[in-house]
Design a protein around this ligand. Structure first.
Ligand code: GRF
Length: 200
């Protein structure tokens, strides 16, 4: 039997970090066959950093504005990713457009989760925008990251019905529950793909 090398993940997050925690739980349950090598945050006071500490995941946090350019910020992050031998970058509520430095270093190795059925409702308010539009259904998308805002090839989508009586809060809860289920599954698929590429 082929012995695959462990795939090392970095999660990038800016806020609450419920997806980060769901990914970690899936790893602990053996459903995701990777190692969470690093949490990267661009918000030094984000709650996700406390979650990382509780779960024993190494983390780093930066203030991108303190750098002279996006490239300088990303080069610093890249040094840490290399030191941690990261294979795959997972954006889980990372509220920043990824620049060339990271995209070129991790081609087709950066994935993102977005709370709408892309290409509908990209941007920061995917849940609210769909709710305000009174559409019958919205959902969750996982996609490869490119230089755009929530663009890039779609890897998986799941729909959520917006039912009578739903509020923005209830819709948000349904979307997050679905994200916590879908994202680890897609990450696991990516891990399998990378493991096969590494033994070629
Ligand atoms: C999620 O809804 C994700 O789709 C979006 O940002 C939110 C992050 O939530 N990109 P959390 O920080 O993982 O709780």
């Amino acid at each position: 039997m082929t012995k695959y090398q462990p795939i090392r993940l970095a999660v990038f997050a800016s806020g609450n970090g419920s997806n980060f925690e769901a990914i970690m739980q899936s790893i602990q349950k053996g459903e995701v066959d990777g190692e969470l090598a690093l949490l990267v945050s661009d918000q030094p006071d984000a709650f996700v950093l406390a979650r990382a500490e509780k779960l024993g995941v190494p983390s780093i946090a930066f203030t991108p504005k303190a750098f002279e350019s996006k490239a300088a910020y990303e080069s610093e992050v890249l040094d840490h990713l290399k030191a941690a031998k990261v294979d795959l970058i997972v954006l889980a509520g990372y509220m920043r457009i990824v620049g060339k430095t990271l995209l070129q270093s991790y081609p087709e190795r950066i994935i993102n989760i977005h709370p709408s059925l892309l290409p509908n409702y990209p941007g920061r308010e995917g849940i609210i925008d769909a709710f305000m539009d009174k559409v019958e259904q919205t959902g969750v998308t996982v996609h490869l990251v490119d230089e755009g805002v929530d663009t890039g090839p779609i890897l998986a989508q799941k729909t959520v019905a917006i039912e009578e009586g739903d509020t923005i809060d209830s819709l948000e809860r349904k979307i997050h529950a679905l994200e916590h289920e879908l994202f680890p599954k897609v990450i696991q698929k990516m891990i399998k793909k990378l493991q096969k590429e590494y033994v070629k």
